[in-house]
Design a protein around this ligand. Sequence first.
Ligand code: ATP
Ligand code: MG
Length: 327
Amino acid sequence: MPIYTFASNIGQLIVLSLGIWLIIQGRFTVGLLISFIAYVSNFYNPLRQIANLWASFQLTLAAWDRISHLLSLKSNLQIEKIKDETSTSSLVKFQDVSFMYPNGKEVLKHVNFELQRGKTYAFVGPTGGGKTTTASLISRLYDATKGNILLDGKNINTYTDCERASKIGFILQDPILFSGTFRENILYGNSDCGGITNKELEHRLESAKLTNLLDKFEKGLETPVDMSGDSISLGQKQIIAFMRAILRNPKLLILDEATANIDTITEQQLDIIIRNLPESTTKVIIAHRLSTIENADEIFFVNSQKIIAAGSFDEALELLMKEKGEN
Ligand SMILES: Nc1ncnc2c1ncn2[C@@H]1O[C@H](COP(=O)(O)OP(=O)(O)OP(=O)(O)O)[C@@H](O)[C@H]1O
Ligand SMILES: [Mg+2]
């Protein structure tokens, strides 16, 4: 661009000087000089376009470099073909599991617990206690450093990503959505609903009692979701993530603080939707608000690298109070 601007200015300067000199000599007219100056800028226009094109080309090359790097990344969660001898009737089983983040932070140590089919579990504990980490291990977002995790009777490492994802609906504390439409976001990664028409989808939403939630979005299924701006609130994000998880009809539904940013009336609607799930669905509720977990069949207390079955609601409350007292 600087070369183009310099050359174009020099060109105009030459035409102007030569034109004035010729006009003084009476061999040229002012009108002709003005036309020539216009021609000079026309002459340089294609050069400017080439300069712009070159700049865009350079930007594209840099972007491609980063995209191809991302596309060539290989998952470090290998699918193993181990023969499983440790069968279990529970849906999830942690066998002596320890977990350490790559930065050396050990969050779980020799943990054992089981989640039975069709029951509701609550995970409580102080902030930073390891609840989200435990849920991430159940969904195999990370591999355990030591020990085994069994899902639906098999070692979790033997499932393909697709098989595992179809069994688990995980609503993250801060859900991840993609730019596109509401419809694209709730169907993301749902192999059952590939190519489904809007009418069929509405029917599915109706039978899962999700229509009330859809009504909260002005343009319904076609509501644009723009992740580059703040066009969507955290509560709305959680509703979309919730609908995405419920539509999969998972065997295990994990709600990690999933209603923390949702108003009380909508929260009650979510409760009705959860109750409408098949009886065999196992639910894991992670919550700070104890009122959310009152109806859980079993409460686990997660802290200090341990997961302790707290038994009753009162026992969990006692453990939490004791924890607060110690801090
Ligand atoms: N990606 C990570 N890398 C390293 N350490 C992490 C990572 N994520 C969490 N931790 C650490 O692991 C511990 C447990 O974190 P986790 O997110 O599981 O807590 P939590 O019980 O879900 O807390 P909260 O109630 O605030 O959601 C914390 O001390 C945290 O600092
Ligand atoms: Mg958490």
